[in-house]
Design a protein around this ligand. Structure first.
Ligand code: FRU
Length: 503
């Protein structure tokens, strides 16, 4: 092991990890995306933020805005913590019909529904309950509702409300999905004014239960763009994720305005063992896509999600200075049928769209066994590659290589698994849980494997087979780590095409 991987980098050196196309706060800590909502041409990203330091604490809602989901402008802290409460995760809705009375019909409010995590000094010391704040100036300034909290179950782990407007056979009202985190249960409520809530149902425990359930979401999507639709319930879990630590699972099913019925439950109740983990549905099979939730109010029924690109296992130790943690690229999600099963497909909003003319390209050719270095560096880039592994034992890419470091993406023909190996990716020693290999089963399609990969200064996001499986991982390579190669192990593989945009 060389000195680079053992010594923690200095603050100045770590600025090279500041992403170019992922959102970070200018300074200090962030975690979950909160209050994702679209209004009048602007996407609002609120987020768990410590305004006073690069570690978790003083939880408040930070705020950033964007018109294209890629270029974000940081705004003043939206909802700051105070001596009585920390402002934990939640959502925001555009209350167009002024059901809350916080605004007027001419100027309806944006309403944030957040978790009040009460301090020891508060009358509800130690509890978590749901509260409201509203804005009459498109999210610039916020006022807490004097009647807070609006929903209190005398619980210490009741949090992360996601609210949407339901309009269906059962009526028209607001629906809240939140969690009883320790019980691994999603709780559903309804309201007509966001202030008075009535319980509808509960869901869970089901499938992965090896950690607390957090940050749920519930939305309807057409299947393959047809009139047929299903509901998707998102349940983030920490620890107990598929790759260790934090991750997001999802269920597909039906919601009748009262209860969610899953069609993808494999195991019910609290599981003692992990043997069915790979049969559960995961939003991402990597280690760094957590607390993922979707935007509300987006035109044309588009469903766009963002995750926190980190993992509670080591989030407090990631070797960046001054700022800590980034958001994932936003992902448009849809439902598609694969071999009879309805599954999520995810496509990142492409930060390098329109630059195809600048791509480095390789056309179809047989691959000799071994490594083929490419004459183009790639550290902030989009890579599209398609392989036909054929009779080769494996094919893949070497990313961010240099200084005895590399990140490997390898498809193994024998077991049909795609793996991301970051054990030698650079700084891996800042936490014992960081060095890891992630894997997901990826069936070839007509003998082919298609990968789209986004590289940024400290991350790799892999979308396999047009987004049917994804792996998101942080990496902290040395500055020299920009070399790129493809490889085959054994004879018989073909490169179908390779396109690299970036540098
Ligand atoms: C998820 C989470 C939420 C909570 C927030 C606190 O990462 O633990 O459950 O509301 O972070 O920052």
């Amino acid at each position: 092991m060389n000195s680079l991987t053992t010594a923690l980098p200095t603050v100045a050196a770590t600025d090279r990890y500041r992403p170019e196309f992922h959102y970070t706060a200018e300074r200090n800590w962030l975690n979950d995306p909160n209050g994702l909502v679209y209004l009048n041409g602007t996407y609002h990203l609120f987020y768990q933020h410590n305004p006073f330091g690069p570690d978790w604490g003083n939880m408040s809602w930070g705020h950033a805005t964007s018109r294209d989901l890629l270029h974000w402008e940081e705004q003043p802290v939206a909802i700051p913590c105070d001596g009585h409460e920390a402002i934990f995760s939640g959502s925001a809705v555009f209350d167009e019909h002024n059901t809350t009375g916080f605004g007027t019909l001419a100027n309806p409010p944006l309403v944030a529904i957040y978790t009040s995590a009460y301090s020891e000094a508060a009358p509800l010391a130690g509890r978590q309950a749901q509260s409201l704040a509203y804005s009459l100036d498109e999210g610039r300034t916020w006022t807490k509702y004097h009647g807070n909290p609006v929903l209190d179950r005398a619980s210490t782990d009741f949090r992360d409300p996601k609210v949407f407007w339901y309009d269906g056979d059962a009526g028209s009202y607001w629906v809240m999905v939140a969690v009883e985190a320790v019980q691994r249960q999603v709780v559903l409520y309804k309201s007509v004014d966001l202030k008075a809530w009535e319980q509808l149902s509960t869901f869970g425990p089901a499938n992965a239960t090896g950690g607390v359930w957090e940050c749920p979401d519930l939305f309807e999507l057409p299947v393959d763009g047809t009139g047929d639709s299903k509901w998707v319930l998102i349940v983030n879990i920490n620890p107990g994720g598929i790759a260790g630590g934090s991750a997001g699972q999802y269920f597909v099913g039906a919601f009748d305005g009262v209860a969610f019925r899953s069609e993808t439950t494999v195991t019910e109740g609290l599981q003692q063992d992990d043997s069915r983990m790979r049969d559960y549905r995961w939003l991402d099979w990597g280690r760094d896509y957590y607390a993922a939730v979707s935007f509300g109010n987006v035109p044309d029924g588009r469903r766009i999600m963002i995750g926190w690109m980190n993992n509670w296992d080591y989030a407090r130790q990631t070797p960046t200075g001054g700022w800590r943690s980034a958001m994932s690229l936003p992902r448009e999600v849809s439902l598609t049928r694969v071999d009879g099963a309805v599954v999520l497909r995810q496509e990142a909003i492409d930060p390098l769209a329109g630059l195809d003319a600048e791509a480095f390209r390789l056309d179809a050719k047989p691959m000799a066994s071994g490594l083929m270095e490419l004459p183009t560096p790639a550290s902030v880039a989009r890579l599209d590659v398609e392989f036909r592994p054929g009779t080769a034992a494996g094919v893949g890419l070497v990313l961010r290589a240099g200084d005895d470091q590399r990140t490997l993406i390898r498809y193994d023909t024998a077991d049909g698994m795609l793996r991301l190996d970051r054990r030698e990716s650079g700084h891996v020693d800042f936490h014992e849980a960081f060095s890891s290999v992630e894997s997901v089963a990826v069936p070839l399609q007509e003998g082919r494997l298609r990968l789209r990969i986004y590289l940024d200064r400290c991350s790799v996001e892999v979308f396999a087979q047009d987004g049917l499986a994804t792996i998101t991982d942080l990496v902290f390579p040395a500055e020299a780590g920009t070399a790129l190669a493809i490889f085959a192990e054994g004879e018989g593989a073909h490169l179908v095409a390779l396109d690299v945009v970036g540098r």
